[in-house]
Design a protein around this ligand. Sequence first.
Ligand SMILES: [Zn+2]
Ligand SMILES: [Zn+2]
Length: 341
Amino acid sequence: MAQVTDHGGGVRSVEVPIPDNPLGTTLVYVVDTDRGPVLIDTGWDDPASWDALAEGLLACGTSVAEIHGVVITHHHPDHHGLSGKVREASGAWISMHAADISIVRRTRGTRPGRWFTYMADKLTASGAPEEHVAPMRTARSRMFPGASPALPDREIVPGELLDLAGRRLRAIWTPGHTPGHVCLHLEEAHPAQLPGHGRLFSGDHLLPRITPHIGLYEDPDDETVADPLGDYLDSLERIGRLEPAEVLPAHLHAFTDAPSRVRELLDHHESRLTDLRSLLVTPLTSWQLAVRMEWNRPWDDIPYGSRNIAVSEAEAHLRRLVKLGHAEAVPGSDPVTYVAV
Ligand SMILES: [Zn+2]
Ligand SMILES: [Zn+2]
C-alpha cells in the first residue's frame, strides 16, 4: 500500500521506506511541471523502497517512466539512492549542488579500503581506543551503502530558479548537514492561502522534532579546515528569514512556522556549545568529549557506527568553539586535546 499525501498545488509526497532505520521513511516529493513530474529526492536503493516509489507514483496518476527530472537536496543514500534507477527507467536528468556532486564523484572513484584506512587514521587521531579502531582496519572487503551513487548530469546553482516549465522553484544553498545541501523554495502562493512566502522543500536541513547530524565534511582528499556547524547555523538563519508558509521536509511530516523551528535549533546548538565549553575545563580529545556529551542514550548503549557519527559531531562542535575563540588545541598533545579558553 503506497503512502501518498496530496499537499495541493501540484505537489504530492510518497513515503519511501529506509530499511533498518529509525527514521522510517524518506518523503519523496512529486512536483508537476508542464514537461512532466519532477521528483525532489528519490529514496534509499533497496527493492522494497523502489516498489514503494513505483506504487506511489502510480497512486499519483503517473509512473516512474514519466519522470522528467530529479532534484536532489543532498547526496545521502536515503535521498539520492534510487536516482540512478529512476534515470534508467525514464531518461530523467538528475541535478545536485556542485559540492555534493564532487562527493559523489569521489565515492565512485574511491575503493572502500581507502575510505576505511582514512576513517581508522582519523579515529586514532581523535583519541579513539584501539579496540574501537581495529574493526575499521579489517573492514576492507565489506561493502558500504551508496558505494556507487549515480553521477548527476546537472548542477543546482544557488540562488537561481531551476529550469522547471511552469513552476518557480529557487535553489537556496544550505551547507552544514552536507557541504552541498540545498533547500528548494517554491515561490508560489500557498494552495490553502496559509500566510507566508511560498513553500520550502527543506531536505534534512530543517526537520520537525529531530536535529540533523552535523559532523565534519569527511573527505580523504580535502585538507581544508571547514566549519560545518558554523555553515549550518548560518544556513538556518537564511531559511528562517524566508518565512515560508509551509515546510515540506524529507522526513516525518510537513509543518508551519519555520522561524520558530529555526529558533529552537539555533538555541539547541548554542546551549550545546555552552555545555561543551564547560566540559573542556580539563583538556579532552574529541573522543573523550564525545563520550561525555549528552546523547539520546548512554554512551555504552550507542552502537559502533553511531559512535563514529558521534565523534564526528563532537569534532564539528570543537571546530566551532575553536573558530569562535572559545577553545584551543593544547600544543604538543597527541592525540590532540582541546581546552576551553
Ligand atoms: Zn542527510
Ligand atoms: Zn535524510
